[in-house]
Design a protein around this ligand. Structure first.
Ligand code: IMP
Ligand code: MG
Length: 334
Protein backbone atom coordinates (compact mmCIF):
# COMPACT_ATOMS: atom_id res chain seq x y z
CA UNK A 1 0.00 0.00 0.00
CA UNK A 2 1.05 3.53 -0.76
CA UNK A 3 -0.70 6.49 0.85
CA UNK A 4 -0.35 10.19 0.12
CA UNK A 5 -2.00 12.70 2.42
CA UNK A 6 -3.46 16.13 1.62
CA UNK A 7 -4.18 18.25 4.68
CA UNK A 8 -4.79 21.80 5.83
CA UNK A 9 -2.06 23.69 7.71
CA UNK A 10 -4.18 26.66 8.73
CA UNK A 11 -7.87 27.03 9.70
CA UNK A 12 -9.52 25.21 6.80
CA UNK A 13 -10.35 26.80 3.46
CA UNK A 14 -6.77 26.53 2.27
CA UNK A 15 -7.71 25.05 -1.09
CA UNK A 16 -7.20 21.37 -0.30
CA UNK A 17 -9.95 20.40 -2.76
CA UNK A 18 -7.98 21.89 -5.62
CA UNK A 19 -4.79 20.09 -4.61
CA UNK A 20 -6.57 16.74 -4.24
CA UNK A 21 -8.27 17.20 -7.60
CA UNK A 22 -4.91 18.01 -9.20
CA UNK A 23 -3.14 14.99 -7.71
CA UNK A 24 -5.93 12.61 -8.73
CA UNK A 25 -5.33 13.49 -12.37
CA UNK A 26 -2.16 11.39 -12.31
CA UNK A 27 -4.37 8.32 -12.65
CA UNK A 28 -2.18 6.55 -10.12
CA UNK A 29 -4.63 6.43 -7.23
CA UNK A 30 -6.96 3.48 -6.62
CA UNK A 31 -8.83 5.16 -3.74
CA UNK A 32 -9.59 8.59 -2.35
CA UNK A 33 -10.33 8.70 1.39
CA UNK A 34 -11.87 11.53 3.40
CA UNK A 35 -10.32 10.96 6.80
CA UNK A 36 -11.98 13.40 9.21
CA UNK A 37 -14.87 15.77 9.76
CA UNK A 38 -18.44 15.89 8.53
CA UNK A 39 -20.49 18.29 6.43
CA UNK A 40 -18.86 21.22 8.25
CA UNK A 41 -16.28 20.98 5.45
CA UNK A 42 -16.85 22.61 2.11
CA UNK A 43 -14.47 21.69 -0.68
CA UNK A 44 -14.67 23.87 -3.76
CA UNK A 45 -13.61 22.03 -6.87
CA UNK A 46 -13.49 23.12 -10.51
CA UNK A 47 -13.98 20.07 -12.67
CA UNK A 48 -13.99 20.39 -16.45
CA UNK A 49 -14.94 24.04 -16.16
CA UNK A 50 -17.79 23.48 -13.70
CA UNK A 51 -17.78 24.53 -10.05
CA UNK A 52 -18.75 21.94 -7.46
CA UNK A 53 -18.89 22.27 -3.67
CA UNK A 54 -18.67 18.95 -1.86
CA UNK A 55 -19.04 18.46 1.88
CA UNK A 56 -18.84 14.73 2.51
CA UNK A 57 -17.84 13.01 -0.69
CA UNK A 58 -14.14 12.80 -1.57
CA UNK A 59 -12.87 14.26 -4.85
CA UNK A 60 -12.01 10.82 -6.29
CA UNK A 61 -15.57 10.60 -7.55
CA UNK A 62 -14.80 13.17 -10.28
CA UNK A 63 -12.35 10.69 -11.81
CA UNK A 64 -14.24 7.44 -11.32
CA UNK A 65 -11.94 6.55 -8.40
CA UNK A 66 -13.40 4.72 -5.41
CA UNK A 67 -14.20 7.46 -2.90
CA UNK A 68 -14.53 6.51 0.74
CA UNK A 69 -15.83 8.45 3.71
CA UNK A 70 -13.55 6.96 6.36
CA UNK A 71 -13.99 5.77 9.95
CA UNK A 72 -12.69 9.14 11.20
CA UNK A 73 -15.71 10.91 9.71
CA UNK A 74 -19.25 11.68 10.77
CA UNK A 75 -22.02 11.65 8.15
CA UNK A 76 -25.35 13.39 7.82
CA UNK A 77 -27.71 11.30 5.70
CA UNK A 78 -29.69 14.14 4.20
CA UNK A 79 -26.54 15.98 3.16
CA UNK A 80 -24.95 12.79 1.83
CA UNK A 81 -27.86 12.00 -0.49
CA UNK A 82 -28.24 15.63 -1.51
CA UNK A 83 -24.62 15.71 -2.52
CA UNK A 84 -24.90 12.54 -4.57
CA UNK A 85 -27.82 14.16 -6.40
CA UNK A 86 -25.86 17.36 -7.02
CA UNK A 87 -22.96 15.39 -8.45
CA UNK A 88 -25.34 13.45 -10.72
CA UNK A 89 -27.00 16.69 -11.82
CA UNK A 90 -23.53 18.01 -12.66
CA UNK A 91 -22.95 15.04 -14.94
CA UNK A 92 -20.68 13.01 -12.65
CA UNK A 93 -21.06 9.23 -12.79
CA UNK A 94 -21.22 8.24 -9.14
CA UNK A 95 -22.35 4.62 -9.58
CA UNK A 96 -20.37 2.16 -7.45
CA UNK A 97 -17.81 4.82 -6.63
CA UNK A 98 -19.02 6.20 -3.30
CA UNK A 99 -18.56 4.34 -0.02
CA UNK A 100 -18.92 4.92 3.70
CA UNK A 101 -16.83 3.02 6.22
CA UNK A 102 -18.97 0.71 8.33
CA UNK A 103 -17.48 2.30 11.44
CA UNK A 104 -18.04 5.93 10.45
CA UNK A 105 -20.56 7.68 12.70
CA UNK A 106 -23.90 9.34 11.97
CA UNK A 107 -24.82 12.99 12.52
CA UNK A 108 -28.47 12.90 13.57
CA UNK A 109 -31.13 15.62 13.41
CA UNK A 110 -30.75 15.96 17.14
CA UNK A 111 -27.03 16.69 16.75
CA UNK A 112 -27.88 19.34 14.17
CA UNK A 113 -30.51 20.93 16.43
CA UNK A 114 -28.10 21.04 19.36
CA UNK A 115 -25.33 22.60 17.27
CA UNK A 116 -27.69 25.31 16.02
CA UNK A 117 -27.60 26.69 19.57
CA UNK A 118 -23.84 27.11 19.62
CA UNK A 119 -22.66 30.69 19.98
CA UNK A 120 -19.45 30.15 21.90
CA UNK A 121 -17.30 28.58 19.21
CA UNK A 122 -18.98 29.84 16.07
CA UNK A 123 -19.38 26.36 14.59
CA UNK A 124 -20.74 25.65 11.14
CA UNK A 125 -23.90 24.36 12.90
CA UNK A 126 -23.70 21.06 11.06
CA UNK A 127 -23.91 18.85 14.16
CA UNK A 128 -20.25 17.96 14.08
CA UNK A 129 -19.32 18.45 17.75
CA UNK A 130 -22.38 16.65 19.19
CA UNK A 131 -21.87 13.71 16.78
CA UNK A 132 -18.24 13.24 17.85
CA UNK A 133 -19.19 13.66 21.51
CA UNK A 134 -21.68 10.83 21.18
CA UNK A 135 -19.10 8.72 19.35
CA UNK A 136 -16.59 9.11 22.19
CA UNK A 137 -19.17 8.64 24.90
CA UNK A 138 -20.08 5.35 23.15
CA UNK A 139 -23.67 6.36 22.43
CA UNK A 140 -23.13 7.03 18.72
CA UNK A 141 -24.80 5.41 15.73
CA UNK A 142 -22.56 3.49 13.31
CA UNK A 143 -23.07 3.89 9.58
CA UNK A 144 -23.26 0.07 9.33
CA UNK A 145 -26.46 0.13 11.38
CA UNK A 146 -28.35 2.48 9.10
CA UNK A 147 -30.67 0.74 6.65
CA UNK A 148 -30.62 3.29 3.82
CA UNK A 149 -26.81 3.27 3.71
CA UNK A 150 -26.35 -0.48 3.14
CA UNK A 151 -25.37 -0.22 -0.51
CA UNK A 152 -22.62 2.26 0.35
CA UNK A 153 -21.12 0.48 3.35
CA UNK A 154 -17.56 -0.78 3.06
CA UNK A 155 -15.12 -2.68 5.26
CA UNK A 156 -12.12 -0.38 5.04
CA UNK A 157 -9.72 -2.96 6.44
CA UNK A 158 -10.53 -5.50 3.73
CA UNK A 159 -10.64 -2.85 1.02
CA UNK A 160 -7.25 -1.35 1.88
CA UNK A 161 -5.31 -4.36 3.08
CA UNK A 162 -6.36 -7.25 0.86
CA UNK A 163 -4.69 -5.76 -2.21
CA UNK A 164 -1.13 -4.64 -1.65
CA UNK A 165 -1.12 -2.55 -4.85
CA UNK A 166 -3.53 0.05 -3.50
CA UNK A 167 -2.49 3.68 -3.84
CA UNK A 168 -4.65 5.80 -1.57
CA UNK A 169 -5.01 9.56 -1.56
CA UNK A 170 -6.12 10.67 1.90
CA UNK A 171 -7.99 13.96 1.89
CA UNK A 172 -8.29 15.93 5.12
CA UNK A 173 -10.90 18.46 6.13
CA UNK A 174 -10.41 21.67 8.17
CA UNK A 175 -6.80 22.33 9.24
CA UNK A 176 -4.13 22.29 11.91
CA UNK A 177 -5.37 25.47 13.63
CA UNK A 178 -8.78 23.80 14.06
CA UNK A 179 -7.47 20.39 15.13
CA UNK A 180 -8.99 19.06 18.35
CA UNK A 181 -5.53 18.50 19.91
CA UNK A 182 -3.30 21.06 18.17
CA UNK A 183 -5.67 23.89 17.34
CA UNK A 184 -6.47 26.96 19.39
CA UNK A 185 -8.77 25.18 21.89
CA UNK A 186 -11.70 25.67 22.41
CA UNK A 187 -11.96 27.39 19.01
CA UNK A 188 -11.47 24.09 17.23
CA UNK A 189 -13.41 21.40 15.43
CA UNK A 190 -13.97 17.99 17.00
CA UNK A 191 -11.81 15.78 14.79
CA UNK A 192 -8.18 15.03 13.95
CA UNK A 193 -7.08 17.12 10.97
CA UNK A 194 -3.45 15.94 11.06
CA UNK A 195 -1.54 13.21 9.22
CA UNK A 196 -2.02 11.14 12.38
CA UNK A 197 -5.75 11.60 11.77
CA UNK A 198 -5.33 10.01 8.34
CA UNK A 199 -3.59 6.99 9.88
CA UNK A 200 -6.54 6.44 12.21
CA UNK A 201 -8.49 5.32 9.14
CA UNK A 202 -6.57 2.08 8.67
CA UNK A 203 -3.46 3.46 6.98
CA UNK A 204 -0.23 2.02 8.44
CA UNK A 205 2.50 4.66 9.01
CA UNK A 206 5.03 2.99 6.72
CA UNK A 207 2.61 3.28 3.79
CA UNK A 208 2.83 7.08 3.81
CA UNK A 209 4.83 8.47 0.88
CA UNK A 210 4.11 12.21 0.55
CA UNK A 211 2.33 14.62 2.88
CA UNK A 212 0.97 17.60 0.95
CA UNK A 213 0.34 20.49 3.32
CA UNK A 214 -1.85 23.28 2.01
CA UNK A 215 -2.01 26.89 3.15
CA UNK A 216 -2.85 30.26 1.67
CA UNK A 217 -0.64 33.31 1.14
CA UNK A 218 -2.52 34.88 4.08
CA UNK A 219 -4.43 33.28 6.94
CA UNK A 220 -8.20 33.17 7.23
CA UNK A 221 -10.41 31.90 10.03
CA UNK A 222 -14.17 31.57 10.50
CA UNK A 223 -15.54 31.36 14.02
CA UNK A 224 -16.19 33.23 17.26
CA UNK A 225 -12.71 34.44 18.24
CA UNK A 226 -11.27 37.68 16.90
CA UNK A 227 -8.74 37.07 14.16
CA UNK A 228 -9.16 39.79 11.54
CA UNK A 229 -6.16 42.13 11.40
CA UNK A 230 -6.44 45.87 12.07
CA UNK A 231 -6.63 48.04 8.99
CA UNK A 232 -8.38 48.33 5.67
CA UNK A 233 -5.92 46.04 3.96
CA UNK A 234 -7.55 43.00 5.55
CA UNK A 235 -10.96 44.00 4.18
CA UNK A 236 -9.34 44.34 0.76
CA UNK A 237 -7.85 40.87 1.04
CA UNK A 238 -11.23 39.50 2.12
CA UNK A 239 -12.89 41.02 -0.95
CA UNK A 240 -10.15 40.22 -3.43
CA UNK A 241 -9.93 36.64 -2.18
CA UNK A 242 -13.73 36.21 -2.01
CA UNK A 243 -13.26 34.95 1.53
CA UNK A 244 -16.76 33.74 2.28
CA UNK A 245 -17.42 30.25 3.63
CA UNK A 246 -18.27 27.49 1.15
CA UNK A 247 -20.55 25.88 3.77
CA UNK A 248 -22.08 28.79 5.66
CA UNK A 249 -21.41 31.87 3.52
CA UNK A 250 -19.90 33.63 6.55
CA UNK A 251 -17.15 36.20 5.94
CA UNK A 252 -13.74 34.75 6.80
CA UNK A 253 -11.54 36.88 9.04
CA UNK A 254 -8.18 37.62 7.44
CA UNK A 255 -4.65 38.19 8.69
CA UNK A 256 -1.10 37.89 7.38
CA UNK A 257 0.36 34.42 7.07
CA UNK A 258 1.82 33.37 10.42
CA UNK A 259 5.11 31.66 9.59
CA UNK A 260 5.74 30.35 13.07
CA UNK A 261 2.37 28.59 13.15
CA UNK A 262 2.91 27.33 9.63
CA UNK A 263 6.27 25.80 10.54
CA UNK A 264 4.77 24.11 13.57
CA UNK A 265 1.95 22.65 11.49
CA UNK A 266 4.47 21.37 8.93
CA UNK A 267 6.68 19.80 11.57
CA UNK A 268 3.86 18.00 13.38
CA UNK A 269 2.34 16.70 10.14
CA UNK A 270 5.64 15.73 8.51
CA UNK A 271 4.89 17.79 5.43
CA UNK A 272 7.04 16.89 2.40
CA UNK A 273 5.33 19.25 -0.06
CA UNK A 274 3.93 22.66 0.77
CA UNK A 275 1.37 24.36 -1.46
CA UNK A 276 0.79 28.07 -0.89
CA UNK A 277 -2.46 29.07 -2.59
CA UNK A 278 -3.86 32.46 -3.60
CA UNK A 279 -0.58 34.29 -4.10
CA UNK A 280 -2.47 36.22 -6.79
CA UNK A 281 -4.58 37.88 -4.07
CA UNK A 282 -1.54 39.46 -2.40
CA UNK A 283 -0.43 40.55 -5.87
CA UNK A 284 -3.82 42.19 -6.30
CA UNK A 285 -3.63 44.12 -3.03
CA UNK A 286 0.06 44.86 -3.57
CA UNK A 287 1.35 44.06 -0.08
CA UNK A 288 3.78 41.31 0.86
CA UNK A 289 3.56 40.94 4.63
CA UNK A 290 4.00 38.06 7.04
CA UNK A 291 3.58 37.67 10.76
CA UNK A 292 7.06 37.29 12.23
CA UNK A 293 8.29 34.41 14.27
CA UNK A 294 9.06 36.43 17.38
CA UNK A 295 5.68 37.93 18.01
CA UNK A 296 2.43 37.29 16.19
CA UNK A 297 1.47 40.93 16.45
CA UNK A 298 4.49 42.20 14.56
CA UNK A 299 4.07 42.11 10.85
CA UNK A 300 7.05 41.82 8.63
CA UNK A 301 6.96 43.85 5.44
CA UNK A 302 8.75 42.41 2.48
CA UNK A 303 9.63 44.50 -0.58
CA UNK A 304 7.95 42.45 -3.25
CA UNK A 305 6.77 38.99 -4.28
CA UNK A 306 10.31 37.64 -4.75
CA UNK A 307 11.45 38.93 -1.37
CA UNK A 308 8.37 37.41 0.25
CA UNK A 309 8.92 34.01 -1.35
CA UNK A 310 12.61 34.01 -0.46
CA UNK A 311 11.90 34.87 3.16
CA UNK A 312 9.38 32.04 3.43
CA UNK A 313 11.73 29.53 1.81
CA UNK A 314 14.63 30.47 4.03
CA UNK A 315 12.48 30.31 7.16
CA UNK A 316 10.90 26.95 6.35
CA UNK A 317 14.07 25.28 5.08
CA UNK A 318 16.22 26.01 8.14
CA UNK A 319 17.78 22.97 9.73
CA UNK A 320 18.19 21.16 6.40
CA UNK A 321 14.46 20.72 5.77
CA UNK A 322 14.15 20.13 2.02
CA UNK A 323 10.39 20.60 1.72
CA UNK A 324 9.13 21.25 -1.83
CA UNK A 325 7.36 24.59 -1.98
CA UNK A 326 4.82 25.43 -4.69
CA UNK A 327 3.04 28.76 -4.96
CA UNK A 328 -0.26 28.82 -6.84
CA UNK A 329 -2.06 31.79 -8.29
CA UNK A 330 -5.18 30.29 -9.83
CA UNK A 331 -8.32 28.68 -8.37
CA UNK A 332 -8.20 26.07 -11.13
CA UNK A 333 -4.52 25.23 -11.32
CA UNK A 334 -1.55 24.47 -9.08
P1 IMP B 1 -17.51 22.82 13.69
O1 IMP B 1 -16.46 22.01 13.02
O2 IMP B 1 -18.72 23.05 12.83
O3 IMP B 1 -17.83 22.31 15.04
O4 IMP B 1 -16.89 24.28 13.93
C1 IMP B 1 -15.77 24.51 14.77
C2 IMP B 1 -14.87 25.58 14.19
O5 IMP B 1 -14.26 25.09 12.99
C3 IMP B 1 -15.60 26.86 13.76
O6 IMP B 1 -14.71 27.96 13.97
C4 IMP B 1 -15.85 26.65 12.27
O7 IMP B 1 -16.01 27.86 11.57
C5 IMP B 1 -14.58 25.93 11.89
N1 IMP B 1 -14.71 25.07 10.71
C6 IMP B 1 -15.26 23.83 10.65
N2 IMP B 1 -15.17 23.33 9.42
C7 IMP B 1 -14.55 24.25 8.68
C8 IMP B 1 -14.12 24.29 7.32
O8 IMP B 1 -14.28 23.35 6.54
N3 IMP B 1 -13.49 25.43 6.92
C9 IMP B 1 -13.25 26.45 7.76
N4 IMP B 1 -13.61 26.47 9.04
C10 IMP B 1 -14.25 25.36 9.50
MG1 MG C 1 -13.80 24.95 3.08
Amino acid sequence: MIADIVLGLSYGDEGKGKVTHHLLKSGEYTHCLRFNGGCNAGHTIYHEGKKFVTHHIPAGVFFGIKSIIGPGCVVNLEQFFKEIQELRDGGIDVRDKIFIAENAHIITDRHMAEDRNDYQIGTTKRGNGPAYRDKYSRRGILAADVEVLQKYIIDVFAEFHENKNNVILCEGAQGFGLDIDWGDYPFVTSSHCTSAGALLNGIPPQAVRRVYGVTKAYDTYVGAKKFHGEGRIFDLIQQAGAEYGATTGRARQCNWLNLKDLKKAMDVNGVTDLIINKVDILREVGKWNLRSYKNNAISLQLQDEDGWKQYIQKYLRTGGNDVNITCSDSPERI
